[in-house]
Design a protein around this ligand. Structure first.
Ligand code: GDP
Ligand code: MG
Length: 753
């Protein structure tokens, strides 16, 4: 900003809205102005001076004392600060409100043992005489409260000649400090922070030794303490319970300027980095005389939360609310933990959002993607985020930190869980598809080779592969100590799906097996049934004697033989089917359905074969052959040479009648013994309970078995309808007549020759 938005020496802020620059802070920052307003840019100052990043490695000192006792002058000498000081000529109050500046002598070239501590912040508190503010005890009290709530060390700046003056303004101030302290730490008994009251005695003449001055001061302080009305429960408390005391004396700055400088220099070494406990120095607790920064003085407000904390504290003070530091610390912790959490989540988002997008894209395009190394990226982002949070936030109130950490983990895990579940669902989908493809491919390869392949083995092998891949993915996503990430349930679901796919594939395999077995039945029946019908062509088959009109055995028990060879063939087919089906782990229900289907289908095959055999042309030919055989051959099987004397007509009639008896025989499928159709319903059996509509899809209804079809068993067993029968009789007779005429002719012709 080029605008002259500088903080002026008298504490006025110009252009509060502008972002301040480092140059504007030469004189430090006015934390609280004379209107008691808190400076919203305090954190910017702490950022610019690099204090904000220091965690607990910073220190806060406040200086108190009457106006114009050289406080600002002292601080400027000690810490190289540039607080405004009153000019020698113009005796007017300069410091207004509370100013803060970082120690500018931090990097000074001094021996290691004298090095000042890192990040010392000094607060220059407006003089407390109330001379120019009238009897404004209010600000004095408020600034004391504020300083006590935040500072480790309170420098009390007094003239030597004020020591022992119990009625002096300083003692009034100290009384205020003590009262305020009791009020402040009443609510904070467990942390009970101590402070160091560090008396710097100015214009020390040297005639009274410092030890004497110290004794006088301690006596006065104890005295003041005893007169305080203490809150209930603290009546017996001693001043040493709350304060340690330190003392230093400085010569007159104007009269002994050189000595003043060297003494200030010496004093500066007490703000060193290390510290020695009072015990190490062999001193009583309250007579601490080493380095001033004891860890127990630290208010344990992380530097990055200091501005928020200080503002909260000041807000309570200004509004005359009970200042409850533990509550303030909790509020601060909540605020900062939330802020840190937000920052951490932003970084987490940067890492995770692209993965989420990729996954969403996959889903949108109907092709769920399994993201490579998701487990590693997810875990890294998670650990990094939680670690970052831990580093920053664990400095705050433990309870709040723990709670906010759980919250943060919850947020992170919600994102990861969704991402991981998407990943596993993609792995699930692709795994199931791969499994199905692999099994089908292996089956196909097995079929191609023609060799028998073991379906169950293929399924087992591919399932193991599929499970292993899924397990590897799930394991890579698992987060130690996070129960939702074990994905056992997803694994079980996946396995269940694989089993379902296996079942479907097995069903298909069963169908293929059924088809193969049916084909075998068809070819077997084709041959054997064909053979039985062919036997009809030979009218002399077996021991039949056309003369007696008795049908030869091959004709009479045609259906018995067909039925027997049919059930034997199917039996064999069933055995093959069972054997194979068992080899691929088909269960009993599936096998039963398969057998039931096989029997039905086989019956269909037989029916089709019979229908083919009794097709008009075929059966007529067979009848003609049968007739010719009976007519043209004698009992010995020798062809007859017709002579005119032969009873051609008689032979013809006998043979014709014999063959004609075949037609009713052929018309119905009947067993000779019972003269009834075979018990087809019994043989096929009831449909197994587990049959479903898909199993019944391609089945042809069977009369007498599928009763709802309205076709009886009698009808099912009708091979030739009445009309066909009559037609066949007529045609056959014509054919036979032809043969007869031919025979007759040949007999006459033979004579003629
Ligand atoms: P503050 O109001 O306490 O911050 O006092 P200042 O630092 O502004 O100083 C007030 C006046 O005291 C100035 O005129 C200084 O020159 C003068 N002064 C500073 N240090 C000393 C000192 O050690 N002894 C004496 N006698 N005067 C001092
Ligand atoms: Mg001053």
């Amino acid at each position: 900003a080029t605008a002259p938005s500088v903080m002026t020496m008298n504490g006025h802020f110009a252009g509060v809205g502008d972002a301040p620059t480092k140059e504007q802070y030469e004189h430090g920052i006015q934390v609280i102005d004379e209107e008691k307003a808190f400076n919203p840019h305090l954190n910017t100052y702490l950022q610019l001076t690099k204090v904000a990043q220091s965690g607990f490695n910073y220190h806060l000192i406040s200086v108190f004392g009457s106006q114009s006792t050289g406080k600002s002058t002292l601080l400027n000498h000690l810490f190289g600060t540039e607080f405004g000081v009153m000019s020698e000529t113009e005796r007017r109050q300069t410091t207004k409100g509370i100013w803060m500046s970082k120690n500018k002598r931090e990097g000074a070239q001094v021996p290691e043992s004298q090095k000042m501590a890192d990040n010392i912040l000094v607060m220059d508190v407006e003089g407390t005489d109330g001379r120019e503010r009238g009897e404004d005890q209010d600000f004095e009290r408020k600034s004391a409260l504020f300083a006590l709530a935040t500072s480790e060390v309170l420098i009390v700046n007094i003239w030597e000649h004020q020591v022992g003056l119990y009625q002096g303004a300083n003692m009034g101030l100290l009384k205020t400090v003590f009262e305020v302290n009791l009020q402040l730490f009443l609510k904070d008994k467990q942390s009970n922070p101590r402070s160091l009251l560090f008396f710097v005695i100015r214009d020390h003449l040297g005639t009274t030794p410092l030890a004497n001055l110290r004794n006088t001061l301690i006596a006065d302080l104890t005295n003041i303490w005893s007169t305080l009305s203490k809150p209930a429960g603290l009546e017996k408390s001693r001043i040493e319970d709350y304060f340690d005391f330190g003392f230093a004396a400085l010569p007159h700055k104007i009269l002994q300027p050189e000595k003043f400088v060297t003494e200030v220099e010496k004093l500066g070494t007490r703000f060193r980095a290390g510290y020695r406990t009072s015990k190490q120095n062999g001193l009583a607790d309250h007579e601490f005389d080493g380095g001033v920064f004891l860890p127990e003085y630290h208010r344990r407000i992380p530097a990055d939360g200091f501005s928020v904390y200080a503002e909260g504290v000041w807000d309570q003070i200004v509004n005359n609310k009970d200042l409850d530091l533990p509550t303030q610390q909790e509020l601060l912790a909540q605020f900062r933990c939330d802020e840190i959490s937000r920052e951490v989540l932003e970084a987490f988002d940067v890492a995770i959002a692209p993965l989420e997008e990729k996954q969403a894209d996959g889903i949108r395009m109907g092709k769920p993607t399994v993201l490579a190394d998701l487990g590693v990226s997810g875990k890294t982002a998670r650990v990094k985020s939680i670690k970052a949070f831990e580093t920053e936030a664990s400095r705050y109130h433990k309870g709040v930190y723990a709670r906010k950490r759980v919250e943060l983990e919850g947020k992170i895990d919600t994102r990861l869980k969704a991402l991981y579940q998407g990943q596993l669902s993609a792995a699930h989908k692709s795994g199931v598809a791969k499994f199905s493809d692999a099994v089908s491919a292996a089956v196909k390869a097995g079929q191609k080779k023609g060799a028998s392949y073991e379906f169950a083995e293929i399924v087992d092998r591919e399932k193991a592969v599929a499970l292993k891949q899924f397990e590897a993915e799930a394991k890579s996503l698992a987060i130690e100590g996070v129960p939702w990430s074990n994905f056992k349930q997803q694994y079980n679901l996946y396995e269940k799906d694989l089993d379902e796919v296996s079942a479907t594939l097995r069903k298909e395999e069963m169908r293929r097996l059924a088809t193969r077995v049916e084909r075998w039945v068809r070819s077997r029946l084709g041959d054997s049934v064909g053979l039985e019908f062919n036997k009809l062509g030979s009218g002399r088959g077996g021991s039949g004697a056309p003369e007696t009109g008795e049908k030869p055995a091959s004709e009479k028990d045609l259906w018995d033989r067909i039925w027997n060879l049919f059930i034997a063939t199917v039996k064999e087919a069933e055995t093959r089917f069972i054997e194979r089906a068992k080899s691929f782990d088909a269960d009993q229900d599936e096998i039963e359905v398969g057998l039931w289907r096989l029997r039905r289908k086989s019956w269909g095959v037989l029916k089709a074969k019979i229908d083919e055999e009794v097709m008009e042309g075929n059966i007529l030919l067979k009848l003609r052959e049968n007739f010719e055989d009976k007519f043209r051959y004698d009992e010995a099987g020798v062809p007859r040479i017709w002579r005119p004397t032969d009873d051609i007509e008689g032979m013809y009639t006998k043979a014709k009648d014999s063959t004609l008896t075949l037609i009713p025989l052929l018309s119905r499928f009947r067993l000779s013994e019972t003269y009834a159709p075979p018990d087809l319903p019994e043989w096929i059996g009831n449909a197994p309970a587990s049959v479903d509509s898909k199993d019944e899809e391609d089945l042809t209804p069977i009369g007498g078995v599928d009763e709802e079809e309205g076709k009886s068993l009698e009808e099912e067993m009708t091979i030739l309808s009445e009309a066909k029968r009559q037609d066949l009789v007529v045609r056959f007779k014509k054919t036979a007549d032809g043969v007869y005429v031919e025979a007759k002719r040949s007999a006459i012709g033979g004579v003629a020759q």
